[in-house]
Design a protein around this ligand. Sequence first.
Ligand code: PNW
Length: 447
Amino acid sequence: MPSLTDFPRDFHFGAATSAYQIEGAVHADGRGPSMWDEFAHHSGRIADKSTGDVACDHYHRMPQDVALIKTLGHNAYRFSIAWPRVLPQGTGLVNAQGLDFYERLVDALLEKGIAPYATLYHWDLPLPLHARGGWLNRDTCHAFAEFADAVARRLGDRVHSYATLNEPRCSATVGYLEGRHAPGMEDRSKSLLAAHHLLLAHGMAVPVLRSHTQTAKVGIVLDVKPYYAADPSVQTQQAVQHADGVFNRWFLDPLFLGRYPADIWQAHGEHAPDIAASDMQIIAQPIDSLGLNYYTRGHVRFDASLPYPHAREVEVPGALYTTMGWEIFPEGLHHMLLRLQQQYPVKDLFIAENGAALNDQVLDGQINDSVRVHYLHSHLMAVARAKREGVPLSAYFAWSLMDNFEWGKGYTQRFGLCHVDYATQVRTPKASAWWYQGFIASQQISQ
Ligand code: PNW
C-alpha cells in the first residue's frame, strides 16, 4: 500500500463519464440530434449494432447516480455537457431545459461535497453543424464559443473546472482518418483540418469561459500515449518519433508552444492544413490546467506497408492486456507525466481518465474484478510517484463510473467501477469500486 501522505487532503479522486455514453433520453426536453445519434443508427460500424438511445438512462436517474458517487466516497466527478441539449441547432436558440439538467446535476454534486469537473465537448456534435461540414468548417469554432458562453453563463463559478474538449486527437483521427467514430471519414487532409479547427475552437472558448468565472479552472483534456520501440533499428526509432509526433506533440505543441511540430508538419506535406498565422496565438493562450487521458502505451515497430507514421503495434510477450487489446503499462503514465512537466509549461495536471475494460463476471451478485483493482492501484502509484517527484497533479478520475456505451464497440466493453445490467438499469459496484473507496478514505485521514 502507498504511504498515507502521498496525496494531499484536497486532492480530488473520482470517476469520469460522458454525456452520449451514459445519458440516453435522446429526445427528452428539446435535445436535438448529434452526429453520434446518426452514426450509431446508420453507419453500420457499431460492433453490436447498438446506439446511445437509452445507454445507462442517466438522464432520468441522475439523483440516484449522484448518491452512488457519494456512497463510493468520491470527492469529485467528471462529466460532459451535451451540446445538442443546450443548443439543439448547434447555434442560435438556447434550450433552457437542457441547461436545467446540468444545473441540477451540478447543484446535486455540490450539495454532497463533490467537485464538478465539466467537459464541454465529448464528441456529440449537433447534427445541423455536421451537415454544414462539422469540424471541417471554421464556423463550427464560433458555434463552439457560443455553446461555451451559454454553459458558463448559467453554471459560472459552481463548476470547479471546465475543459473545452475531450481528446481532439481522437475526434480528428478516429473520426476523420480511421472512420471508426463519427462522422466516419477516412481522409488525411480532412483529419488535419478537423484537428486544427478543434484546437481553434478550444482557443476561442477559453476567454469566453473565463469571462463567466473568477474561480473555475479552464483547460482541455488530451489523450496521451507514450511510444516505445519494439526493436533497435533506426527505422523503428524514427517510427516511434513520428508516432509520438502525430499522437502527442501535434496537440501539445500548438497548445503550449504556439506551433505545430516541424518534423511532423513536413512529413504531412500537402496534407498539412492551410492556416492563418494568428490562429496559433488563439490556440496557445495560457490555460489553468491540463487533463490527461491515459490508458496504455504504444509498442511499435517500423512497417513500410502501413500509412504514415509506419508504426505497427506489436504485442509484448508476457504482458497483461485488457479486452480492448490494450497493454496494462503503468510505467508509461509516470514517464509521460515527467516528460510533460519537463517539455511544456504546465501549471496543473490532472488524470481525467484512466481505466480498464474487462470481462467482468457476476458471481452470486458480486463482481470480482481483481485485474481492475491491480490496474487502478498500479496507476495511482505511478501518479503518486510523479507527484512526489514534483509534477503538479491535483486530481485523478477513473474511467468510468459505470459500464456504458463504448462508442464503436457498443456495449461489448465494460469499463465501469459499477456494473450496469442494461435490462434493469441496476448498478452494482464491483470489487474495484469498494477497493477505490477504501483507497480514497485511506488518503483522506492522512493529515
Ligand atoms: C477515451 N488510447 O478515448 C474516451 O475519452 C472515452 O470516451 C472512452 O470511453 C474511453 O477512452 C475508453 O475507450 C481513448 O490511445 C483515447 O489508448 C485514446 C486511447 C484510449 C482511449
